[in-house]
Design a protein around this ligand. Structure first.
Ligand code: FAD
Ligand code: NAP
Length: 311
């Protein structure tokens, strides 16, 4: 069976950055790109907060540049999905649809996925007024009226952040009780720019790709009554899920499934396995932080290998 020094699982900003650093350290990394080559940024339009692109750049274009840079230094990219790993002993086993290989070190960069409402109109308008990331897209809604779906801490955080640029933010929640922590609830409830649409579930997002979002139709969860709410944008904030199913039971995770790492490093609970990007980050979830921790993972892996496996 083929054996490699470093196998990287995932092709978002974390995976490609890890690949650039590992390749330049002569580790000849192999990278699996998975079901979404380029990662989450391939489903967005403009990225305006990644340093180095003062005019912004389209997400898919940026990820093509990441890939080109990783390949330029000799990364072997396999466009397939890793289906199983065995991390019990080194070299670790990595299986994919076509074959399997062994790796002295593994870098996990499988990202996280925002949960969506699963409405056809949501899919259609994603990147055209529908978003799941206020830090990324809030800026596009300066002076506008925005809706935020959800009643947990993420929704409160997104709503509070959006009040800094929006004229008005309406939190649309399917119950009349917030799930968010008391402190976040209090902050949001006290903010005069936040309005509340209680007991409402979004059944359709109105608008089209050209003009963007114009509003939503909601259904009252207590009476069934339908109503329209005029909005210029909608943020879905109903939680995220780390893509770490592959590693469950083999690595320590938090209760949601984010991989636990030693503070200030990318070291997981298994020596020789490193985690970078959103898969290990319930807090920041940005392209630049993913790239930063991807760099850290490659350096951690290189030091691990050159020290003969000291963790
Ligand atoms: P991801 O980008 O999530 O990539 C994960 C990779 O892992 C994918 O390539 C996937 O195919 C692969 N993978 C998963 N499972 C497997 C497997 N079993 N085998 C092989 N590969 C696998 N951030 C910003 O900083 N600025 C923005 O403007 C911005 N806009 C965004 C807009 C949208 C719509 C979304 C959804 C997110 C946005 N973000 C933005 C957040 C940003 O995209 C993420 O923080 C970042 O992509 C995380 O990078 P990552 O490398 O950790 O993982
Ligand atoms: P969460 O606590 O699971 O809350 C999700 C919210 O979305 C709930 O209010 C839920 O409604 C709603 N929801 C879920 N699916 C929905 C659907 N299909 N349609 C409409 N509404 C839906 O998730 P989270 O807010 O992302 O928080 C996750 C964890 O991260 C929590 O432990 C949280 O404390 C933590 N976190 C903390 C902070 C912070 O402290 N600053 C910030 C963000 C997250 P119901 O209430 O009716 O179930």
């Amino acid at each position: 069976m083929e054996k490699h020094q470093v196998v990287i699982v995932g092709s978002g900003p974390a995976g490609y950055t890890a690949a650039i650093y590992a390749a330049r350290a002569n580790l000849k990394p192999v990278l699996f790109s998975g079901l979404q080559p380029g990662g989450q940024l391939t489903i967005t339009t403009d990225v305006e907060n990644y340093p180095g692109f003062p005019k912004g750049i389209l997400g898919p274009e940026m990820m093509d540049l990441f890939r080109g840079q990783a390949e330029r230094f000799g990364t072997q990219v396999i466009d397939d999905v890793v289906t199983r790993v065995d991390l019990r002993e080194r070299p670790f086993l990595v299986e994919w649809h076509a074959s399997s290989m062994r790796a002295e070190a593994v870098i996990i960069a499988t990202g996280a996925s925002a949960k969506w409402l699963d409405l056809p109109s949501e899919k259609l308008l994603s990147g055209h007024g529908v978003s799941a990331c206020a830090t990324c897209d809030g800026f596009f809604f300066r002076g506008k009226e925005i809706g935020v779906v959800g009643g947990g801490d993420t929704a409160m955080e997104e709503a509070l952040f959006l009040t800094k640029m929006a004229a008005k933010v309406t939190v649309i929640h399917r119950r009349h009780d917030l799930r968010a922590s008391k402190v976040m609830q209090q902050r949001a409830l006290a903010n005069p720019k936040i309005a509340w649409a209680w007991n409402q579930e979004v059944v359709e997002i109105l608008g089209d790709k050209k003009i963007g979002v114009t509003g939503v139709t909601t259904r009252d969860t207590t009476t069934g009554e339908l109503r329209n709410l005029l909005l210029n944008g909608l943020f879905i904030a109903i939680g995220h899920e780390p893509n770490t199913q592959l590693f469950r039971g083999q690595l320590e995770t938090d209760p949601v499934g984010y991989i636990k790492i030693q503070a200030g490093t990318t070291k997981t609970s298994v020596p020789g396995v490193f985690a970078a990007g959103d898969a290990a980050d319930p807090s920041y979830r940005q392209a630049v932080t993913a790239a930063g921790t991807g760099c850290m993972a490659a350096i951690d892996a290189e030091r691990f290998l050159s020290s003969g496996g000291a963790h």
